[in-house]
Design a protein around this ligand. Structure first.
Ligand SMILES: [Fe+2]
Length: 220
């Protein structure tokens, strides 16, 4: 389990497991919840720019992709949730003390279900970089947090999506805690002109592969 200890990412020094994995009995709620797929996800839940009276400030973007098995089969009917800071790098969260403005028109959370081809799509604004106190002058590379649910809580995966060419990658220990450069690449979205909407928004594509050699790194 030592791969979860990455001393440069300071909080892993305390929380990385030191013992062997143990098997815990699964409670029925972990196997049967969260049962979100009976019309509980509204069609506009994937549009983070339309949750308030006005539009949020920042660069409007489309984030889309597919959820795939290792053999390329699409994973349909999976709940994809996102959360992120606003364009200024500030989360709507009491614990966020970054002296950047909150945006009254941006909450920063959204969700959608993958379609029959495993596709998901969000409309949002590009998140800003933000400081954190991990080390001297530490800044997170811009990112969007993603969570995927299979049929139950016990099958949840959590990861972060990055943007191509970010100048902060080299000094972000969360990004670099994924040791292999080729695995880090799997967390970086690609700019997608084909889905970019003229006069409206740039698009970024981010496929999420659940397992296998091309599996998207996830947080344990
Ligand atoms: Fe974050």
């Amino acid at each position: 389990m030592m791969e979860l200890l990455y001393p440069d990412y300071k909080s892993t020094r305390l929380r990385a497991p030191r013992g062997e994995r143990i098997q815990l009995p699964r409670a029925s709620t972990e196997r049967t919840g969260p049962a979100l797929w009976d019309g509980r996800v509204a069609p506009l839940d994937n549009d983070l720019t339309r949750q308030h009276d006005g539009e949020p400030l920042g660069e409007r973007i489309i984030v889309h992709g597919r959820v795939l098995e290792d053999d390329g089969r699409p994973v349909a009917g999976t709940l994809v949730e996102v959360w992120q800071c606003n364009a200024a790098g500030r989360y709507r969260h009491d614990g966020d003390r970054h002296p950047a403005p909150l945006d009254p028109n941006f909450t920063g959370g959204g969700r959608c279900m993958t379609d029959d081809e495993g596709r998901y799509r969000f409309i949002t604004v590009k998140p800003g970089a933000y400081p954190w106190r991990n080390h001297e002058n530490a800044w997170r590379a811009a990112h969007i947090h993603l969570s995927l649910f299979g049929p139950a809580f016990a099958t949840r995966l959590v990861t972060q999506m990055y943007f191509p060419g970010d100048p902060l990658f080299y000094q972000d220990p969360i990004f670099n805690s994924v040791r292999e450069p080729k695995h880090r690449e799997l967390m970086i979205s690609s700019f997608d002109l084909s889905q970019t909407v003229p006069e409206w928004a740039l698009a970024y594509e981010f496929d999420i592969v659940l397992r296998g050699r091309e599996a998207t790194p996830t947080e344990t």
